[in-house]
Design a protein around this ligand. Structure first.
Ligand code: MCN
Ligand code: CUM
Length: 787
C-alpha cells in the first residue's frame, strides 16, 4: 500500500497506480525524438503548396550543393528503387514522394537528408519545383460530378473519383417498413473532418546496418508487427532483418496506425547515406498530412409509430477519403464498422449504403478513437432519435428507454448481422438519468426558458463493437487479427509478459501485469510487461479499435492459465499427489481437503527450474505462449447526459455538467478506465464544439496549427460525473470489454443533442458540428451554417 489508498477489488490491486508513470512524471520517458544514434543525420520533407497540380520538373541542384546536405531524394529516386508508391491499409496505393502529380496540400514531394535538422529544413527552400496547377476537388458532393477532375489518373482506367459502394442490411424490408410507417423523420448531417492531434507528432529513426543487412526503425506506431510485415513486403527483406521499435508514444488516438511517407523516406535516407536518419514532423505537418478522421456526409431516416416505437433506419453516406484510400480498417469493411448504425435499439429493419470518394485532401479516414467508424454511426443514430423526439414532441430519454434492447434479448443479433455479446441497457440509462437527476434538470430548464435563458439537456446511448477480430472475418492487408502472448516465470517467481500490442498512454504496462497477477497470484509489481519491439515480442496486430483488452488482454489471461496448469503438474510432483487432487486458490495449488498441504507459485517456479523429477513428457521451467483468436467482438455500451448553457446572443456554449455511465464489462483497473473515459469525453466536447479541418475552395488547409485547430482544455470541460454498470462479456476469459474509445464515440451526440435542445425555443431541430459560437448564433437566427 502506498500513501494513496489502493483498495483490494475482485481483480487484485484494482486501482493500482500506473507503473509507467514513474518515468513519465519524471520526464524520463523515451520517445522517438529522444533516440540519438552516433553519426545520425536528419531528414525533412518538402510538401506541396497546391491541392492539385502536375509536377513539371524538380530541380534539386541547389539543395544538393548545400554544404550540410547529404542526400536529396525525390519521387524519381524512389521510382528507381520501385518505392515511389506504397500500399495503403485499404488496398490502394499512396505516393511516398510524388512523381506525376500532387493530390493534396501538404503532400510529400522531396526528402532532404542533412547533418542537422535546421540545415535539412533550410535546404528544402533550395529545391525548385515547377508545378502546373490543376482544378482541385474539395467538396465530396462535387467529387462525382460529370465534369469533376479525375484525381487518381495514376490508377489504370480511372475516369472518375469513385472509390467504393458498400451496403449493409435489408433494403427491401427497410423500404417496406418505411412505406407503412406512421412517422418518418429525416435529417442530413455532417460528421466533419477532424484530426486526432496527438501531442507527440509522428516520426522515425531508421538505421540500416550495411554489414548485417538489418534495418532497425524506432517509430511512432500503434502496430509494430503489422508495420514490420508491410516493410518486409515493400522492401523485399525477410522480417527477421527488420526490427520495429515503438518506444514511449505521446498519444496515438489512431493517428499512428498507418505508415507515412516520412517513415519510408527515413529508411531510404539511411540506405542511401549509410547513416541513421531521424525524421520527426512538426505540428503543421502532422495536422495537414497525417491520418484525419470522419468526413462523413450522412442522410438518415428513422421510421416509427406515432407513440414512438422505432421501426426502421435508412441511411445514405458519402464518405470523403481524401486523395488516397488510406483508411486503417479490416479489409472486408470499407466503411469500417459503420454497420452497427442500428445502435442500441430494437427495430424491424435497417439499411445503409456508403459511397467512398476521392478528394484533394489528405488521406486517412479512420482515426481519432473511432472504433472503426462507430463514432459516425452512433452520432447518426443518436441525432436521429433526438430528431424523432423533436417531431413527436416526446422526451428524448423516454423515447430511448422505450426502444432500448432489453436484457433478455442478449446475445442479440442486429438487423445488420452483428452479434452483441451482452448488455443491460435500461439499467445503464436509468443510472445516468438518476445520477443527473433528470427530472430536476427538466424542471430547471422550464423555469429558465420562462426567463428567456437557454439551457439544454442532451441524452445519448451507444453500443460499440470492439476487439477486432475473429480472424476469419477480420484482417488487415491479409494479416488475421489474432494476438500472441508469451509469459515466462523466472525461478524466483517474478515474471515477464511479452505482448504484441503497443501502449500509447493507455497504461498497458500496468493493466496487463494486473491480468497476469490476478491469474497467478503474483504481485503486478513483479510482472514486467514487454511490448513495442518486434525482436522481443510475439506477432500480433497492435493497438487500435480498443482491441488490446479484448484480444491481447484475453491472450494474457489465457497464457497465464496455461502457466497455472503447468504449475499444477510441478506442484503435483512436489507434493507427490495426483494433479487431479490439487485445487487452486489465488497464488497456490493445495491438496484437496488439506489446505495446509500446498505450494505457492513462487515455490513452484523455483522447483520447475530445479532437479525435481517431472512426469514423463513434461518439460521443466514455467513458460507458455498462446495466440488468441477472439470468437466475437466485445460490445461495451453507455448512457450519457450532457447539460449546457447557451448564450443565444453570442452563440457561446458552456458545458456545465456531463454524466457518463459506461459499461465495459469487468474493469481491470477502474482508475485507468476512468482516465480513458475522461479523455474521450474531452474529445467529444472538442469535436462537438470546436474542431474541424476546414479547406478553402482552392484546397488550402485552414487548420494547420493549434491556433486554428482547437483542442479542448480543462477550461472547456466540466468536472466529469462518472457512473458504471458491469455486464461481463460472456466470451472473454475475464469478462472485460474495451473502453479506450467509448467516450469519444458516445459523447459528441450528447453534447450536440444538448445544444440543439437549448435552441429549441428557436425552432432548431438540428445543427452540424462543430457548434462554434458562429454556428450556434446562426442556428438561433434560423440560418444554420454549412461546413
Ligand atoms: N481497461 C481496463 N478494463 C477494461 C477495459 C480496459 O482496465 N474492462 C484498461 C486496459 O487494460 C488499458 C486501457 O483500459 O490499459 C484501454 O484499454 P482498451 O479499451 O483495450 O483500449 P486499447 O488499450 O486497445 O487502446 C486503444 C484505444 C484507442 S483505439 C484509441 S484511438 C485511444 C484510446 O485507446 N488512444 C489513446 N485511449 C488512449 N489513451 C491515451 N492515453 N492515449 C491514446 O493515444
Ligand atoms: Cu480509430 S482510432 Mo484507435 O482505433 O487507434
Amino acid at each position: 500500500m502506498t500513501a494513496v489508498e489502493q483498495p483490494e477489488t475482485p481483480l487484485g490491486h484494482g486501482n493500482m497506480r500506473r507503473k509507467e508513470d514513474a518515468r513519465f512524471i519524471r520526464g524520463r520517458g523515451t520517445y522517438v525524438d529522444d533516440v540519438t544514434l552516433p553519426g545520425m543525420l536528419h531528414g525533412a520533407v518538402l510538401r506541396s503548396p497546391y491541392a492539385h497540380a502536375r509536377i513539371v520538373s524538380i530541380d534539386t541542384s541547389a539543395a544538393q550543393a548545400h554544404p550540410k546536405v547529404r542526400a536529396v531524394i525525390t519521387g524519381e529516386t524512389l521510382a528507381g528503387l520501385n518505392l515511389a508508391w506504397m500500399p495503403t491499409l485499404s488496398h490502394d496505393v499512396q505516393a511516398v514522394l510524388a512523381t506525376d502529380k500532387v493530390r493534396f496540400q501538404g503532400q510529400e514531394v522531396a526528402f532532404v537528408v542533412a547533418e542537422d535538422r535546421y540545415s535539412a529544413r533550410d535546404a528544402l527552400e533550395l529545391i525548385d519545383v515547377d508545378y502546373e496547377a490543376l482544378p482541385p476537388v474539395i467538396d465530396a458532393r462535387q467529387a462525382l460530378a460529370e465534369d469533376a477532375p479525375v484525381i487518381r489518373d495514376d490508377l489504370e482506367g480511372r475516369t472518375d473519383n469513385h472509390i467504393f459502394d458498400w451496403e449493409s442490411g435489408d433494403a427491401a424490408a427497410t423500404d417496406d417498413v418505411f412505406a407503412s410507417a406512421e412517422v418518418v423523420a429525416a435529417q442530413d448531417m455532417l460528421y466533419p473532418r477532424v484530426h486526432p492531434a496527438p501531442l507527440e507528432t509522428c516520426g522515425a529513426v531508421a538505421d540500416m546496418d550495411a554489414v548485417t543487412g538489418k534495418l532497425t526503425v524506432w517509430t511512432t506506431t500503434q502496430a509494430p508487427h503489422a508495420h514490420r510485415t508491410i516493410y518486409a513486403l515493400v522492401a523485399g527483406l525477410p522480417e527477421h532483418k527488420i526490427r520495429i521499435i515503438s518506444p514511449d508514444i505521446g498519444g496515438g488516438f489512431g493517428n499512428k496506425v498507418g505508415i507515412y511517407p516520412g517513415y519510408v523516406c527515413a529508411v531510404v535516407g539511411s540506405i542511401v547515406t549509410g547513416k541513421p536518419v531521424k525524421w520527426v514532423e512538426d505540428r503543421s505537418e502532422n495536422l495537414m498530412s497525417t491520418s484525419f478522421a470522419r468526413d462523413y456526409h450522412m442522410h438518415g431516416e428513422i421510421a416509427a409509430t406515432k407513440d414512438g416505437r422505432i421501426l426502421g433506419l435508412r441511411v445514405n453516406v458519402l464518405a470523403d477519403h481524401g486523395a488516397f484510400n488510406g483508411t486503417a480498417q479490416p479489409t472486408k469493411f470499407p466503411a469500417g464498422f459503420f454497420g452497427v448504425f442500428t445502435g442500441s435499439y430494437d427495430l424491424e429493419a435497417a439499411h445503409c449504403s456508403v459511397t467512398g470518394v476521392y478528394t484533394n485532401k489528405a488521406p486517412g479516414g479512420v482515426a481519432y478513437a473511432c472504433s472503426f467508424r462507430i463514432t459516425e454511426a452512433v452520432y447518426l443514430v443518436e441525432r436521429l432519435v433526438d430528431v424523432l423526439a423533436f417531431d413527436l414532441g416526446m422526451d428524448p430519454a423516454e423515447l430511448r428507454m422505450k426502444n432500448l434492447l432489453r436484457p433478455e434479448q442478449f446475445p442479440y443479433r442486429s438487423k445488420t448481422g452483428w452479434e452483441y455479446d451482452s448488455g443491460d441497457y435500461p439499467t445503464a440509462l436509468r443510472a445516468a438519468l438518476d445520477l443527473a437527476d433528470y427530472p430536476a434538470l427538466r424542471a430547471e430548464q422550464a423555469l429558465k426558458r420562462e426567463r428567456g435563458e437557454q439551457m439544454g439537456i442532451g441524452v445519448a446511448f451507444f453500443t460499440e463493437a470492439v476487439g477486432a477480430g475473429p480472424r476469419k472475418h477480420m484482417d488487415i492487408l491479409g494479416l488475421g487479427m489474432a494476438d500472441g502472448a508469451e509469459l515466462r516465470v523466472h525461478p524466483t517467481g517474478k515474471a515477464v509478459l511479452r505482448l504484441s500490442c503497443q501502449t500509447q498512454g493507455q497504461g498497458h504496462e500496468t493493466t496487463f501485469a494486473q491480468i497476469v497477477g490476478e491469474e497467478l497470484g503474483i504481485s503486478p509489481d513483479d510482472i514486467d510487461v514487454v511490448h513495442g519491439d518486434t525482436d522481443q515480442t510475439p506477432f500480433g496486430l497492435g493497438t487500435y479499435g480498443s482491441r488490446s483488452t479484448p484480444v491481447s488482454g484475453a491472450a494474457a489471461a489465457v497464457v497465464a492459465r496455461k502457466v497455472r496448469e503447468r504449475a499444477r503438474i510441478v506442484a503435483s510432483a512436489m507434493l507427490e499427489v495426483s494433479a487431479d487432487d490439487l485445487e487452486w486458490e489465488k497464488g497456490r495449488w493445495f491438496v484437496r481437503g488439506d489446505v495446509e498441504a500446498g505450494r505457492t507459485i513462487q515455490e513452484i517456479a523455483l522447483a520447475a527450474h530445479s532437479d525435481l523429477e517431472l512426469p514423463e513428457g513434461v518439460e521443466g521451467h514455467l513458460d507458455a505462449t498462446c495466440v488468441y483468436n477472439p470468437p466475437n467482438l466485445t460490445y461495451p455500451f453507455g448512457a450519457y447526459v450532457c447539460v449546457v448553457d447557451v448564450d443565444a446572443d453570442t452563440g457561446q456554449v458552456t458545458v456545465r455538467r456531463f454524466v457518463a455511465v459506461d459499461d465495459c464489462g469487468v474493469r481491470i483497473n477502474p482508475m485507468i478506465v476512468e482516465g480513458q473515459v475522461h479523455g474521450g469525453l474531452a474529445d467529444g466536447v472538442g469535436m462537438a464544439l470546436m474542431q474541424v479541418m476546414a479547406f478553402d475552395e482552392d484546397g488550402n488547409h485552414l487548420g494547420g496549427s493549434f491556433m486554428d485547430y482547437l483542442l479542448p482544455t480543462s477550461m472547456e470541460c466540466p468536472s466529469w460525473e462518472l457512473g458504471e454498470t458491469v455486464t461481463p462479456s460472456p466470451h472473454h476469459p475475464i469478462g472485460a470489454k474495451g473502453i479506450g474509445e467509448s467516450a469519444t464515440v458516445g459523447s459528441p451526440a450528447a453534447v450536440v443533442n444538448a445544444v440543439v435542445d437549448a435552441l429549441r425555443p428557436f425552432g432548431v431541430r438540428h445543427a452540424d458540428m462543430p457548434l462554434t459560437p458562429a454556428a450556434v448564433w446562426s442556428a438561433a437566427q434560423g440560418t444554420p451554417l454549412r461546413t
